[in-house]
Each structure stands twice: as C-alpha cells, then as structure tokens.
Design a protein around this ligand. Sequence first.
Ligand SMILES: Nc1ncnc2c1ncn2[C@@H]1O[C@H](COP(=O)(O)OP(=O)(O)OP(=O)(O)O)[C@@H](O)[C@H]1O
Ligand SMILES: [Mg+2]
Length: 223
Amino acid sequence: MLIELNQIDMKYNKGQENEVHALKQASLSVEQGDFVGLVGASGSGKTTFLQIIGGMIRPTGGDYFFDGMNVRAMKDSQLARFRNQKIGYVLQDYGLLRDRNVLENVCLPMMFSHMKWHDVENRAMELLTELHIDHLKARRVNQLSGGQSQLVAVARALAMNPPVILADEPTGSLDSNTSAHLMESLIKLNNAGTTILMVTHNEEISRQCKRIVRIRDGRLLAE
Ligand SMILES: Nc1ncnc2c1ncn2[C@@H]1O[C@H](COP(=O)(O)OP(=O)(O)OP(=O)(O)O)[C@@H](O)[C@H]1O
Ligand SMILES: [Mg+2]
C-alpha cells in the first residue's frame, strides 16, 4: 500500500476552549495508481485530511505510513523533503506567490532540486503548454483570473513529477471545457502511474474517479 492512514485524529487548538475536532478515527488505504475522489459538505474535514496526507499539518492522533515510511515520526526537515519530492499539492486557494509571474511560480518547487536552470524552465513551459496557459508565462499572478490562477497552481503541483498529487477542488474555478481538459490531463498522469486524491463537489468530475471516499463531520464513511 502506498498510503496507509490508521485512526487519524485531528483537533485544531487541542485542549483549548476553541478546540475543533476536524477528523475522527479516519482510516484509509490508497494503493499506487489509485484515483480517489474526496466528497463531503463544507467544513466536513476534506482540506484537513488532504493536508495531513500531504505533510502540511501534523495530526493529533493515529498512524500515517507513506510507502512504508512513518510520516508522523519525521522531523520537520524530513517532512519538508517528503513534501517536495513525493507530493504535488494544489491548494484550495492556489497558494501562489502573487507578486511573481506565472513562470516563476511554476519553477519554484524545482529550485529546491538539483535540476539545471535550462531543464527547470523547459519543464515549466511544457506544463504551461499542456494546460494551455503558456501565453500567460510572463503575467504576474495578481493579474490573473481565478481559473487561470488555478491552472498555474496545478502546473506548479505537477512540476516535480511527484508520485502523488493531492488536489483540493482543482476545477472549482474552471469553466466546464477547461475543467474537462484538466481532468483529461490528470487521467493521463494517473494512467501513467501517478496516484491522485482529489476533493470535488462536482458529480461529473467525481464520476471519473476510480473510487469515491465520502466524509461527514470528520468521519470517513464506508465506501
Ligand atoms: N486552522 C484551523 N484552525 C481551527 N479550525 C480549523 C482550521 N482549519 C479548519 N478548521 C475547522 O476544521 C473543520 C474542517 O475544516 P476543513 O477546512 O478541513 O473543511 P473542508 O471540508 O475542506 O471544507 P470546504 O469544503 O469549505 O473547503 C471546520 O470546522 C473548520 O472550521
Ligand atoms: Mg476545504
């Protein structure tokens, strides 16, 4: 199993009066090559769950193994390397550097690798072309539309060619044609072996996933 989550528990502000119990005994196994759709109401814990899988936040309970590695036991520096090398994450609010241009944003994760600049730039342009936003390469992010920003966030997540892509509603700001094109790109990657977990509210999108995991009030429902 590539991803093994066992009884994951997440309490924000644990022990304080503003504590929020966002995930309760969440267990999930995902094998390499899977394409999981994560579905649930607003506030049900989808982003929290994805951020734990991506190593962006640490759960307050449970076990998490990634390809046999104990993620909960990792030091911060190990966790940072794990995120950079294993996970491509499309944030719900894009998380782009707004005063940098499109190309710089997509190149960013590769700046922490040993890639040559020439290869970094080629890879970034390849992704911008695939997503039909190559004409925007020199545009500053704060001058993009929401949908264009979302595609830049996807390109940045794919830059390192990660084995796992975690996408928090990656089609949320896209029109139906662009959204269908993005799904084609993701399915192509998935067919080549990339494991994908994706939050979606869209029925048509979720139907294209191999599995649907439903979450309600912090609990994963039986599939
Ligand atoms: N940093 C935080 N501190 C405190 N509570 C938080 C924090 N982030 C999320 N929460 C709470 O945890 C619960 C789950 O939030 P989460 O963002 O995971 O929901 P979601 O399913 O992604 O919702 P949406 O569909 O609106 O994006 C909510 O009650 C939310 O208010
Ligand atoms: Mg969310």
